[in-house]
Ligand binder design. Structure first.
Ligand SMILES: CC(C)(COP(=O)(O)OP(=O)(O)OC[C@H]1O[C@@H](n2cnc3c(N)ncnc32)[C@H](O)[C@@H]1OP(=O)(O)O)[C@@H](O)C(=O)NCCC(=O)NCCS
Length: 147
């Protein structure tokens, strides 16, 4: 990427995070559960989007990836996802999963491939995202790390 995004850790109850996720139709009901990390990504002092991670030993669930609607199409989504993959790898994850209803081609362009739910590890299937918050029609995708 030709730019660096500034990254700031957020609490799950952050209003701007919740508003961006709700506006994009992404789950907000489990944001304050334990074991989640959320970040604001900005450039030149302006927020461009958000992203989050859940880590289960050597497995990571990337989640809550959203670029503000007027900031889409500039490469920020790729940069946010690559940053989350890098962090997951540094924290010991060997594989990263993502659930998505509408952005499967976006994640495919970042090396993710669809996987049947019954082939995924229990740690991922029992996350609230996979078990209840994302519809059964959401695609589950995986890629190995490092990115
Ligand atoms: C998906 C999302 C994060 C992409 O952000 P972005 O900053 O526009 O992405 P980038 O600029 O890095 O990449 C754009 C590329 O991805 C493609 N793309 C982006 N969103 C897409 C989608 N929903 N479906 C298919 N392709 C998509 C664009 O066509 C573009 O392709 P190109 O480079 O070949 O022209 C953004 O559209 C978004 O916030 N969507 C709503 C939330 C969401 O669905 N999150 C994913 C589940 S966690």
């Amino acid at each position: 990427m030709g730019f660096d995004l500034n990254q700031q850790t957020l609490q799950g109850h952050d209003d701007s995070l919740r508003a961006a996720l709700a506006g994009a139709g992404l789950p907000v009901d489990d944001l304050t559960d334990a074991g989640r990390s959320f970040y604001r990504f900005s450039r030149g002092g302006q927020t461009v989007g958000f992203g989050g991670l859940e880590l289960y030993d050597e497995t990571a669930l990337l989640r809550s990836i959203v670029v503000l609607s007027d900031q889409r199409g500039f490469g920020f989504g790729h940069a946010i996802t690559l940053s989350l993959l890098d962090q997951a790898h540094k924290k010991g994850a060997a594989a990263a999963y993502v659930l998505t209803e509408t952005a499967a081609p976006f994640f495919q362009s970042l090396g993710f491939l669809p996987i049947a739910r019954d082939e995924a590890p229990a740690a991922i299937l029992t996350t609230r995202q996979a078990a209840s918050l994302c519809p059964a029609s959401a695609a589950l995708m995986v890629r190995s790390l490092p990115a």
